[in-house]
Design a protein around this ligand. Structure first.
Ligand SMILES: NC(=O)c1ccc[n+]([C@@H]2O[C@H](COP(=O)([O-])OP(=O)(O)OC[C@H]3O[C@@H](n4cnc5c(N)ncnc54)[C@H](OP(=O)(O)O)[C@@H]3O)[C@@H](O)[C@H]2O)c1
Length: 284
């Protein structure tokens, strides 16, 4: 999205040519409370209705419970969804990655994962995990593979190994209070044409009472969450906010249409300054 041109970006092209919506849905902590389950399924399904068809989950979330919830939400609608899940680094050896992927497929009740990410870097050599990913692609169990929480150095190493340049995304922490990637990782990924997915785009709700956000939200007759989300989206990254509430899904979808002005962006820069030097990659 570009504030200057007044247009809102709807999708991003992966290196393969496939396009995915820039606004998706996260699932961390969903599915863990039986009393909230119906609302959470309804929220994810509403998100699909509203075009937020990229769903991000992980084998880690609730020990597989979030993947099971996603299965329920996408039942009968698999072809509408771009499904992202993640393998834990302790499962990233060649043999265990295959088994972990099969576990995710079983819980997701599907025959394919659209994007399979290494959740963060562990001790397994990247070459070995890549071989497993390539074999899963060959079998049609995953369509694309990517990484998460990879630093600049990790990315440089990744693209230097055989097959590494086929990485389809790096999913990292990015929001108004976590701008470190703007220093090097984000521009580097853009130059390499590697999509970035921003996780915790509203800082798990912690930034919502900030006065600058409230002020700008008032100007747009919007909520602070919507402004935080609109700000992430204008960076040309994929954002995956998580909510278990249908009303918040509607709000998040509406954030997609908010065009921040130059004045809004300048005020946000003052309240949440961009990095002035390299910072270590933050993780949640
Ligand atoms: N790769 C990784 O290592 C990694 C790490 C963290 C997260 N992730 C992924 O990124 C997704 C998003 O990150 P996150 O879950 O950490 O945090 P987040 O999306 O920044 O924030 C989620 C929190 O914000 C609230 N919320 C959502 N929309 C709202 C709205 N419109 N108005 C007010 N509150 C709103 C939610 O509560 P309600 O339910 O009450 O709306 C929830 O408490 C995760 O679910 C997960 O899929 C990946």
């Amino acid at each position: 999205m570009s504030a200057a041109s007044g247009t809102v970006r709807r999708s991003i092209r992966l290196p393969s040519g496939q396009t995915v919506p820039v606004l998706g849905q996260g699932t961390w902590n969903l599915g863990e409370d039986l009393q909230r389950r119906a609302d959470e399924v309804a929220a994810l399904r509403l998100g699909l209705d509203l075009g937020m068809t990229l769903i991000d989950t992980a084998e880690m979330y609730g020990g597989g419970v979030a993947e099971e919830l996603v299965a329920e939400a996408i039942e009968g609608r698999r072809d509408e969804v771009f499904l992202v899940t993640k393998v834990l680094p302790q499962h990233a050896s060649a043999r265990v990655t295959i088994a972990a992927c099969e576990g995710s497929l079983r819980r997701l009740k599907t025959d394919r994962i659209d994007l399979y990410l290494l959740h963060w870097r562990g001790n397994t050599p990247l070459e070995e995990t890549l071989l497993a990913f390539e074999s899963l692609v060959g079998e049609g169990k995953i369509r694309y593979w990517g990484v998460s929480n990879f630093t600049m150095k990790d990315m440089e190493e990744l693209v230097s190994i055989a097959g590494g340049t086929t990485v389809a995304a790096n999913q990292v922490l990015y929001n108004l209070t976590r701008r470190g990637i703007e220093w090097d990782l984000l521009p580097w990924c853009k130059r390499q044409d590697i999509p970035v997915m921003a996780y915790s785009p509203i800082e798990q709700g912690r930034l919502l009472s900030h006065p600058a956000l409230r002020r700008i939200a008032d100007r747009h007759q919007a909520t602070p969450a919507q402004i935080a989300l609109a700000w992430v989206l204008r960076a040309g990254v994929i954002a995956i906010p998580r909510t278990g509430k249908p009303s918040h899904v509607r709000d998040n979808r509406a954030a997609w249409d908010i065009i921040l002005t130059g004045q809004d962006v300048a005020e946000l820069d003052r309240a949440f300054p961009p990095p002035k030097a390299k910072r270590p990659l933050e993780m949640l």
